[in-house]
Design a protein around this ligand. Sequence first.
Ligand code: PHE
Length: 496
Amino acid sequence: MSELPLQILQAVDKHGSIGNTLEAEEFKNVDSGALHASLASLWAKEMIVFDKIEKDIWALTKEAEEFLTSGSHEIRLLDEVLKSLDGLKISDVNAKLGAVGKLGQGKAFKNGWVAKDGDKLVSKVDKLPEDVVVENLKQIKATGTLDDKKELTELKKRKLVTMTKQIGYKVTKGPKFGLEIKSYETDITSDMVTTGSWKDAEFKPYNFNSEGVFPNSGALHPLMKVREEFRQIFFSMGFTEMPSNQYVESGFWNFDTLFVPQQHPARDLQDTFYLKDPKHAKIPEDGAYFENIRDVHQDGAYGSIGYRYPWKEDESLRMVLRTHTTAISAAMLKKLADDPKPTRLFSIDRVFRNEAVDATHLAEFHQVEGVLAGYDITLGDLIGFMDEFFSKMGVDGLRFKAAYNPYTEPSLEIFAYHKGLGKWVEIGNSGMFRPEMLEPMGLPKNLRVLGWGLSLERPTMIKYGVSNIRELLGHKVSLDFIETNPAARLDDDLVG
Ligand code: PHE
């Protein structure tokens, strides 16, 4: 253990108290942090009481140190003037004194020591006065301060002195003062209870001033905060949340029901994660629907000529990590066929894609997806609805670009102007679901469905100023980042 606590007790014992540790010989050079730690531990044992004393300590700058040996600039100038009996030529000042001359000249004029006579400086005093500046500097050097505060400010202005704060302590005896530092019990143990030793044990008093340890608590991930904002927007527009808590799907629900042909590149190993065990799903309960899907792909149906390829049951039943939440939307729309009516559904959940990982892509991300079913709705409704949806988060002035999805026709990519980046960025994908998808489910022809999707990560990264997705999601994320981030509000800085 450090000797410091004992030294403190001894000093208090000897002098009755310590007025200021900064002035006490034995503590003058002790680091104030170490001093504070020792004082606090003695105080906790009620052996002493202490108060902080803050003191401004003034020190001389390098220039001021020079004054101590050579005199102030103004005295040196006056000295030269007095030495030259006819006055000192102004043009000679620089040669004689260098920079000191110019600085001293100003002060000497101000003090009324010299005057100008033609091209010369003449003295207004007959002998060198006391060098007050140097006297003041000496006092500061010895005591760390100057009684004349006006002069002190003046010296500070001339950059001759600088101030640092020093912390000292006033220490007096506490109720349990003594020279022996006891260690107290801090906690009652089961051992003490069984042996009865607690009766004689001395316990450390409670420190009710201690701030204590900050309690550990859970924190919402920024993605979850932004997700909550999106949920509120959906709820405010009359949407119901879909049950999306299932990461594994069959190819049937992830692709076939969405009229994604079995040769489509998205179904490639490079793009999709396939499960090894179990490798295949069971044939869906609704066997007629399963056959409808085969028909619409292979031979064409519902007025569509289909893709005309040999559709494989085996391929359809392969298990995948869902590549989009549209698999959930498909299952929910299929259910809607039991009782068809205008409907608004959304989901926000995780999807997986077998992609190369870089600063903006991971093999998994979250999709925000909405589907809206209504009688005889058109592409105009889709565009109008997108304008309304995105304006709820402060994103206005959308642009749309024709795109392709196997399950929507027409399909539109949604763009917004990013003020920060100074360019148009894609913020979503949308479209009117195809009859090849809706009619095999048994939905009436005129109940049309529009849908759209966007990533949750992109707005979250913009919102929280994260440029590398690995700082947002995955094992490299700093817990501090998660714990200290504020709640999110979706407003105009989302895209701008
Ligand atoms: N599934 C699409 C995607 O992954 C999003 C989307 C959903 C597009 C619904 C149209 C309709 O980007």
